[in-house]
Design a protein around this ligand. Structure first.
Ligand SMILES: [Mn+2]
Length: 352
């Protein structure tokens, strides 16, 4: 059964006459595409699904999709305008994945239907990955981790953050990725204290912390990993060595808890407790992890406020970090498939 057919079965069961997708990740998932696809996808509970695309995008898409009718907008025509023409008849209840309030108010009047936005149907399906999706994340993970390992082994004194980041970005494309999964982060020394550092012209010195947070996009599926090392010798007992050790230990403890049925907030808490024992709890300023798939950040969230339970088939990151303003920071991150027998690390590292 195709994805569209699976979705249509769900629509029939839940009494939804039409599902409208605007989020690019949801569209890619529904049409099961290995190419980038965007536009507005109309999935009726039965009959033909239609992808509305702008004239600009249509060139690439006609050939890609067998199961979906591609409808080209007229120049200057809006998606919602065209939706009114292309909708099936007899609609009573329509769900959107995302819709602006002002659009919702207007559409409800024009369509004379009951309308809901924030539909969770596709979100729920995307939470549990099938074997083809897992294979793509594995490949994206392999490309990213191999490249990061190679780059770390070739680091040389005097190189810049921006040099290292651009080397990573070009290497992954040569290994078969479309591109990076997000802006590659390379931070040396004190710059590692910014969790979202942008690569700069800062030069590498001996004894610097080197933090690399990088991912790859392979056929629309992403990977995410972070490595923190000390360039040159890692002095036992130095500040940098201590915070890296604390972060690595908190990650290990969290990994041991990452089983199906465990609440994700509990996993976050287990990592926090380790950092607190080291007196570093106050420097852990973000959630422990996130789902990865078509989007680099997708459900489930692994954070103190998350009430979700892990399920077999989830793909998540575990990424504790410590950021000491003006001094430095450390984050260690891997991407995992959650299986019945626990987490399977997809981003292997072949170095220490
Ligand atoms: Mn991440």
């Amino acid at each position: 059964m195709s994805r569209i057919e699976i979705i249509q079965n769900r629509l029939s069961r839940t009494g939804i006459d039409l599902l409208v997708l605007r989020d690019q990740g949801n569209i890619i998932y529904a049409v099961d595409s290995e190419q980038p696809v965007s536009g507005m996808l109309l999935i009726p509970k039965s009959g033909e699904a239609k992808l509305l695309v702008t004239p600009l995008e249509s060139v690439n898409m006609f050939s890609l999709l067998d199961e979906v009718k591609v409808v080209k907008l007229d120049r200057g025509e809006g998606y919602l305008q065209r939706l009114l023409k292309e909708k099936p008849t007899g609609l009573k209840y329509v769900e959107f994945d995302t819709l602006e309030m002002h659009e919702a108010l207007r559409l409800e009047k024009e369509l004379r239907v009951l309308l809901k936005t924030g539909s969770g149907i596709i979100r729920d399906m995307r939470l549990v990955k099938d074997s083809r999706e897992i294979d793509k994340v594995k490949r994206a993970s392999k490309i990213a981790s191999q490249t990061v390992s190679e780059i770390i082994s070739r680091l040389s004194e005097g190189t810049t953050e921006v040099n290292v980041a651009s080397e990573y970005d070009s290497q992954i494309v040569l290994k078969g990725a479309f591109k990076h999964a997000f802006e590659t982060i390379v931070a040396f020394g004190e710059n590692a204290s910014n969790p979202h550092a942008t690569p700069s012209a800062r030069r590498l010195k001996r004894g610097d912390i080197v933090l690399i947070d990088a991912g790859a996009d392979y056929l629309n599926y992403k990977s995410d990993l972070t490595r923190t090392i000390v360039f040159g010798e890692r002095l036992e007992g130095s500040n940098a060595a201590q915070i890296i050790e604390a972060v690595e230990e908190s990650k290990k403890v969290a990994e041991r808890r990452a089983f199906p049925g465990v609440k994700t907030c509990e996993i976050d808490k287990s990592a926090c407790e380790v950092l607190e024992e080291y007196g570093l709890g106050k420097y852990f300023v973000h959630g422990l992890g996130h789902g990865v798939g078509i989007d680099i950040h997708e459900p489930p969230s692994i954070s103190p406020s998350s009430n979700e339970e892990l399920k077999a088939g989830n793909i998540i990151t575990i990424e504790p970090g410590v950021y000491i303003p003006g001094v430095g920071g450390a984050r260690v991150e891997d991407t995992y498939l959650i299986t019945e027998s626990g987490p399977l690390k997809l981003t292997h590292n072949s170095y220490k």
